[in-house]
Each structure stands twice: as C-alpha cells, then as structure tokens.
Write a protein that binds this ligand. Structure first.
Ligand SMILES: NC(=O)c1ccc[n+]([C@@H]2O[C@H](COP(=O)([O-])OP(=O)(O)OC[C@H]3O[C@@H](n4cnc5c(N)ncnc54)[C@H](O)[C@@H]3O)[C@@H](O)[C@H]2O)c1
Length: 375
C-alpha cells in the first residue's frame, strides 16, 4: 500500500454500530471514510449519504474502489471471518468489530488469513480507550495492586422485554443476536468480551481454566441469558463473572443505569473498583494518592459510563490507522481478540460439559483457518 497521511476505510455492514464507527473514522485524523457496503443496498446508501461516500451491496466493488485501504467489519458475528478473509485476500487491512467471530475457529481464521496476506489486523475493543481504563492501567502498572489475586465482574441487566426487538440500540438485530449459529452465544460473548479484553489488558493475566454454568431462562432463544463462571489464571489467581440479561430490576444501559454492574480487582497491595464508579485503594502511594485509604477518582456519571462511545472508537481507529501507516502492530491486535475468544470458548465448553475446561496455551496454533466459505 502506498503510504499516505490517512487510511481509507470501507465500512462493511451499515447497521447500528456502523454509524458510531463512521463518525469515529471522521474524527480520527489518521483515517478517512472512503466507502460503505451492505448486502442491504438501502442500508449502505443511508450511511453513504450521510458521509457523501460511494456505496455498494457488493464487497468486491469496495475492494476495487479508489482510496479503500482497509475494511471495518460491522456485520453479525458469523460473517466476520468470511468477510475478513475476503478482504485480506484482496490486500485490505482488517479492523473487525468485537467479538472476533462466532467461535474460536473464526478468530483463528481471521488471524491466519491476515498473516498470510501480510495485512494488519485490529479488533474493536474500544473500551480500553476509556479514560477510566487508562487510569486503572497506570495505577496497576505502577504497583497499586501488587500481584493480582482476584477479580469480580457482575453485570445484571433486564433486557427480557426488548431483547427480541429490532430497534433496541445496544442489542442490535435480534434475528442474529439470539441465534447461536450466528452470534456464537448470548450476553457473555456479546458484552462480556469487552470486559475480558480489558481485564487481561490491565492485569496481563493468562486465564488457564474456566468452570461455567449457563442457561436461557426467560428469553426464547438458543443463547444464554444468565451465566456464571469461575476463571483461574496461570499465576494461581482466580475470579468470577456473573452475568444476566433478563434479571428483573436489572440496569438498562440505554438509561445510563450501571448500578447493577460491579467490577473489582485486588492484589497483595490494593484494590481497584471499576464499576459502578472508579475507586482505588493501595498500601502504596501511587501517583500522589495517599496510601491506605480509598480514593474516588472522578465521581461524574459520564466518566463512569461504559466507554464504547464515539470518543473511544476514534482513539482506537486513530491508533489502528497510524499503525498501518507506520508499519507497526496496532495496540489492539488480532492476538488480543483471539485471547478473548479462547476464554469464551472454554467457558461455553465448560457450560456444555459441566466440567472444568482448559483454555489451552496453544490456541494460536490450534485455531486453524477454515476452508473458504461463501457468506
Ligand atoms: N464495540 C462495541 O462496543 C460494539 C457495540 C455494538 C455492536 N458491536 C458489534 O458490531 C457488529 C454489528 O452489530 P450491529 O449491532 O451494528 O448489527 P446490525 O444487525 O444492526 O447491523 C449489521 C449490518 O450488517 C449487514 N450485513 C449482513 N450481512 C452482510 C454482508 N454479507 N455484507 C455486508 N453487510 C452485511 C446487515 O444488513 C446490517 O445492516 C457485531 O459484531 C456487534 O457485536 C460492537
């Protein structure tokens, strides 16, 4: 690819999240929106019209259009791998929405296809770019927690009334979200994938084993609406993840209600609470914070919200584009996405078997590319 100031993106899949990504591309100085593709021609035309770019219902037309260097894949999960593979083969860099695919195999396919084609691969784990996670990363890197011993992630939502409707902004289109073959699973793969990504990023922990129970209790779908997991790390630390998408009285993210979410990490030196609001405690003086007492970092509601907005996306896209232009790996590279998928894969295997499932240290090699498939 000819080196230039801005990386040209084709948005592939012009549904709910594509609008946030298109806006983030517009805001990122190293990126430029160049094209819009959707099998639904009207959906492509709508997004293209907003940003005055060409569009098509055929991916190959985007590949041959001038100024398209990369794709950002914003389709249902099961289409990420076949579309990424086609883009890589066409020599386009690939930024794929989370989770990487509907399965660990999908994620392996994407990593292998991009490696073989010599194109860069990034995954949209944009929550890492939230100011809160940035603060926590620094606090942990400077020794605020010491060696991490435990973590707790709880998210209780009530989506039972609207999960199956098309127009709920966060849940997207129910005709694929609630179908395991298309989504890979329910709330765990969809939302908790973000949290697993930043848990591993913040702590550097390697998850070795998962024991998990899951079920679909209130949603008439073949994906879980409640899940409980215990994760053990290579270092001997452990943590729990408890999630429900149909918990009566649970928070609605649409309303900014996150009080039903808890995220906490602790180690020999201290503790960090990420949700419902950022608070830290350490026996050490970290970044000017007095030791042995709790500190609320920024109590404002806006600061403590999720962190998957346009602002965070623009930062991720800026890094991905700059990485391509500078010939380096992006900060959230394919391997990070693969690592998350390996944990998700182990959890779902455990839920099916009732046994503890090993994450496996060799999932980079184990995840083999699948033969060519048509989407
Ligand atoms: N990073 C985040 O915080 C975040 C938030 C929401 C959604 N997502 C992810 O974004 C992706 C899309 O989610 P959504 O809610 O926008 O879904 P959606 O159902 O609203 O949109 C998907 C779009 O893809 C199109 N499409 C389907 N098959 C296609 C194909 N073969 N080629 C081109 N387009 C095709 C559909 O017509 C639709 O317009 C998912 O991976 C989802 O998990 C990420």
């Amino acid at each position: 690819m000819k080196k230039r100031q801005q990386l040209g993106f084709a948005v592939v899949g012009c549904g709910a999240i594509a609008y946030s990504n298109a806006e983030a591309i517009r805001r990122a100085d190293s990126a430029r929106l160049a094209y819009a593709v959707d099998i639904d021609r009207q959906a492509a035309a709508r997004l293209a019209g907003k940003y005055s770019v060409p569009f098509s219902d055929r991916l190959e037309e985007a590949f041959s259009a001038s100024g398209v260097d990369a794709v950002i894949i914003c389709t249902p999960h099961y289409l990420h791998a076949p579309l990424a593979r086609r883009a890589a083969k066409a020599g386009k860099h690939v930024l794929v929405e989370k989770p990487m695919g509907a399965s660990l195999e999908d994620a392996g396919t994407i990593v292998s296809a991009c490696r073989e084609a010599g194109v860069r691969l990034g995954v949209c784990y944009c929550m890492r770019y939230g100011e809160k996670i940035e603060f926590a990363k620094k606090f942990i890197d400077e020794g605020g927690l010491g060696d991490v011993i435990g973590f707790e992630i709880t998210m209780l939502r009530d989506r039972s009334e609207n999960y199956l409707k098309r127009d709920t902004w966060q849940e997207g289109n129910a005709d694929w979200h609630c179908v395991r073959a298309k989504s890979g699973g329910g709330i765990f793969i969809d939302n908790i994938s973000h949290y697993i990504d930043y848990l591993l990023y913040l702590t550097g922990l390697e998850i070795e084993e998962v024991y998990c129970q899951a079920g679909a209790f209130l949603v008439p779908a073949d994906v879980e609406d409640n899940l409980w997991a215990i994760l053990r790390t290579a270092a001997g630390a452990a943590g729990t993840i408890t999630v429900g998408s149909t918990v009566r009285g649970g928070g609605r993210e649409q309303d900014g209600e996150i009080a039903n979410s808890i995220q906490r990490l602790w180690g020999g030196e201290g503790q960090a609470i990420l949700l419902p609001e950022l608070k830290v405690f350490s026996r050490k003086r970290i970044g000017g914070l007095a030791p042995n007492r709790w500190h609320r970092i920024k109590p404002e509601k806006i600061y403590n919200r999720g962190g998957a907005g346009v602002k965070e996306r623009a930062r991720l896209i800026r890094d991905f584009s700059a990485a391509v232009l500078e010939g380096r790996e992006p900060e959230v590279a394919g391997e990070a996405g693969l690592r998350v998928m390996a944990v998700i894969d182990a959890a779902y295997r455990s839920a099916r078997s009732g046994e503890v499932a090993a994450v496996g240290k060799n999932y980079f090699r184990r995840a083999q590319p699948r033969p060519d498939t048509e989407d």
